[in-house]
Design a protein around this ligand. Structure first.
Ligand code: TNX
Length: 541
């Protein structure tokens, strides 16, 4: 009947259909107004119907769309009723109304995702039904790495639309890394003048001998960021910025050599990194570095209203700190046991700094090593273990284990996968991913805010490659994050695949370059480019 993705909590079919027409109106109460603007813009484009907006719902005609708040529903919960009175979407909050509007768009059929009508006189119908729906998790995230390969602003806005269509609501924006600094910071202009581009790029895995010998770069101005954040907010998506410290920082050190361990290496010789892997050139644990990044974070807080701010904290090799007299002096001065505690001190500094400004720190699970400040949260990426430890210690957790939801990893064992890296994680594997590990007690499990899929872009040089890695698996992930699915082994993957048949038509209309179920198209392959496949079954098998 409805072929919705993600699947709703409950749907009851009626018999009959609402037929939208030229005189159909879109009614919204004050709270539904923002959603009405979005819905009318989307449906005017795809259907060509004028859908004039009004305030009062005129039931008599039976062909209008109503949007309003309903007391008693959760903030993201909604009810959609299509019957002889027309279509009515009620939400506990504006977000609930918005997710209901997304469901309505799916009900109208794949062409409702186009940006111009295909013809004038086709019928736009919504079957009579009642849907009651609410999300399982409040953090349904997607992380996009725009540092390894820059995604121009219009591509980011497009991804926000794709997220909204799948009822995902947290956009984790990985803005800095060794290979590029992507956000304008007014007080430190060299971060983008120097840090936002590199002269050449490794093609494929770091063991590949191939290079692309052309400059790569780009960054978002502060106005671009304001636009992205506002566009996301209109879609009830929160943008969580990530500034990665103290590792993954070579682009910043290339721009400001004094940020690096100048007593160990000649940091003036560093340039923005042009290959991949774990980089030894990390930030120096000096007062200068702390003040510099406080300045960065001040501007970041001014741009991103999100409660959480991500400070990275992953993969920080300690070798330079071991060899640095400055770092060793700091360890002695603070009475720390070792370099791991020095990292913990560094992260803790920003945890406190953020808390004093009413924000919360979130970081990759390495930040647990050496103790974590109260209120801080963890992105559990090296499997479930970090998340389990964090939840048991009373910290909030976002589950994003690389063994399951790293979408840069290959999605098929076949030889045709472009630049195959990581484990084989198929559509079915992602569909059977369970964010809450069974080891947690119900009380501990409440610390699992939700889950996110991560798109690292070392081998994704443009938006078509990102689409290929993200889809269709992101659709399965969205259902895991939103729908109340049974335990992994009991999930109805065959039913999901049937619904995917309709969903592929929606993705076609949206222009998503997904991986077809039959395998990559010739132009989606990258013959001769070395990847790094790994072996091993997914944890659910
Ligand atoms: C590990 S996940 C990383 C990233 C890489 C990714 C590739 C994490 C916190 N660090 O820097 O891009 O693996 O899969």
């Amino acid at each position: 009947m409805t072929e919705l993705i993600p699947a709703p909590r409950g749907a009851v079919a009626g018999s009959g259909e609402v037929r939208l027409a030229r005189h159909s109106r879109l009614y919204a109460d004050t709270a539904g107004e923002g959603v009405a603007h979005w819905l009318s813009a989307a449906l005017r484009q795809s259907t060509g119907l004028p859908l004039r907006e009004g305030r009062e719902r005129d039931d008599a005609r039976g062909d209008g769309i109503g949007l309003r708040l309903a007391p008693g529903l959760g903030p993201e919960e909604y009810r959609l009723v299509s019957d002889r009175n027309g279509v009515l979407i009620e939400g506990g909050g504006a977000a609930g109304v918005f997710w209901g509007a997304q469901t309505l768009r799916q009900l109208l059929g794949p062409d409702a995702y186009r940006r111009a009508p295909l013809g004038r006189d086709r019928a736009w119908t919504v079957p009579y039904l009642t849907i009651e729906d609410a999300p399982r998790f409040r953090w349904r995230g997607l992380m996009l790495d725009v540092a390894r390969h820059f995604m121009p602003k219009d591509g980011v806005l497009r991804y926000l639309d794709l997220m909204a269509a799948h009822k995902l609501n947290v956009f984790h924006f990985h803005l800095t890394d060794d290979q590029g600094w992507r956000i304008e910071i007014e007080r430190h202009p060299r971060l983008t003048e120097i840090g936002s581009w590199r002269t050449r790029t490794k093609t494929g895995h770091r063991a590949s001998p191939l290079w692309e010998d052309k400059p790569h770069g780009g960054y978002y101005t502060q106005d671009d960021i304001r636009e992205i954040v506002a566009y996301a907010a209109e879609r009830h998506i929160t943008v969580v910025p990530e500034i990665d410290v103290p590792g993954h920082s070579q682009a910043a050190i290339a721009a400001y050599p004094e940020l690096g361990n100048t007593d160990v290496i000649d940091t003036t010789a560093l340039s923005v990194w042009d290959t991949w892997g774990i980089n030894p050139n990390v930030l120096a644990p000096t007062d200068n570095t702390l003040r510099f990044y406080e300045g960065v974070f001040e501007e970041v807080l001014g741009l991103f209203p999100s409660e959480f701010v991500h400070i990275g904290g992953d993969e920080c090799p300690k070798d330079q700190w071991r060899r640095s007299e400055t770092a060793q002096a700091r360890i002695r001065e603070l009475g720390l046991a070792d370099e791991d505690q020095l990292q913990s001190w560094f992260i803790g500094h920003f945890g406190t700094w953020l808390a004093e400004r009413g924000r919360r720190l979130i970081g990759w699970d390495e930040i647990l090593e050496g103790g974590l400040a109260e209120g801080a949260a963890v992105s559990s990426w090296r499997g479930y273990a970090g998340g389990i430890a964090a939840a048991r210690a009373g910290h909030d957790v976002v589950m994003c284990p690389e063994q399951q939801v790293y979408l840069d990893h290959r999605q098929d064992p076949g030889p045709g996968e472009p630049v195959p890296i990581g484990w084989v994680r198929t559509l079915e594997d992602v569909y059977r991913f369970e964010p809450v590990p069974p080891e947690l007690t119900p009380g501990e499990a409440r610390h699992v805010l939700g889950t996110q899929a991560n798109l690292w872009t070392e081998v994704m040089e443009d938006h078509a490659r990102v689409d290929y890695q993200a889809f269709p698996r992101l659709a399965a992930f969205a259902e895991v994050a939103w729908s109340a699915l049974p335990a992994p082994a009991e999930r109805d993957f065959a039913g999901f695949q049937r619904r995917m048949t309709a969903h592929y038509r929606r993705l076609d209309a949206l222009g998503v370059a997904y991986r077809p179920p039959t395998g990559p198209l010739p132009w989606q392959q990258r013959p001769g480019v070395l990847g790094r496949p790994k072996d091993g079954p997914p944890p659910h098998r």
